[in-house]
Design a protein around this ligand. Sequence first.
Ligand code: ASN
Length: 297
Amino acid sequence: MIDGIYSRLKNEQVRRAVEIQSAIRMEMKRFLHERGFVEIPPVIISPLTDPLRHETYEAHINYYGHRYSLTKSMIFHKQLALLSLNKIFSFSPNIRLEPLERRETGRHLAEFTQLDLEIRDATREDVMSLVEDMLVHILSSLRKKYDVEAGVPKKPFERITFAEVYRRYGEDFETLLSKEKKEPFWIIDMPIHSREFYDYEYKPGVLRDMDLIYPMGFGEAASGGEREHQYERIVDRIRRGGYHLEDFSIYLEFAKRGLPSSAGIGIGIERLTRYVCSLDSVEDATLFPKVIGEFSI
Ligand code: ASN
């Protein structure tokens, strides 16, 4: 283990990726501050975290008899933060103890960071347009200083519905389409069973949400959507999603008192670095990767 980490710390490709990632984070902050966003510190432990739609091993700590989860995503805290502020973002470290099947995707680590943002009273379209502007800004700024592999994308990115890509490509649509495309694109309108209960169901069984997908086989970049914020609708979605209401009792107490309507997204920082630098894996986008199934420092 130590030899592998030692050579990673002296690897030039990794060093360059980490330097570029630092520039990416700075440009994200600059861009969002200019657009009136406030950065909030990440929440690392809480009784309240994202249930996610796919299975991960649970990561809990007990402290004076209270049980906390390690954050899988800050989705609920983003909604709550909008009671205080109108536009927020956070560089949010997420712990997702993924099963071994995800080891070889090139896109998963057990510990990663997402730029998670949320806007009060916004639509999905507002968020997609903001992210497009942000990626154009980041890539044009980076290209002034670094000879990065990814080009500056053109706005607006293509939007394709889930129903359409599924009809044309079947189960493996994301990989196939990502390999085919030359520019980042959006997949919108996911079916309800494929996503968490907090994305807004705008017609029966269809959500007003989106995934951003990188071209050239780099795959999923970001997910987001408009949110459910009304108490009765949230209760209904939790039940229909097959979850137990008791597991979300704290969140529901807040929802009962009133949550603002909002839309937002989370963009994986290591994935963006991988795309910008054309790396084989997100493992090379960070100095201390927590590779699925491996022991590391
Ligand atoms: N951050 C994502 C969002 O805003 C949620 C997630 O990471 N699961 O929708």
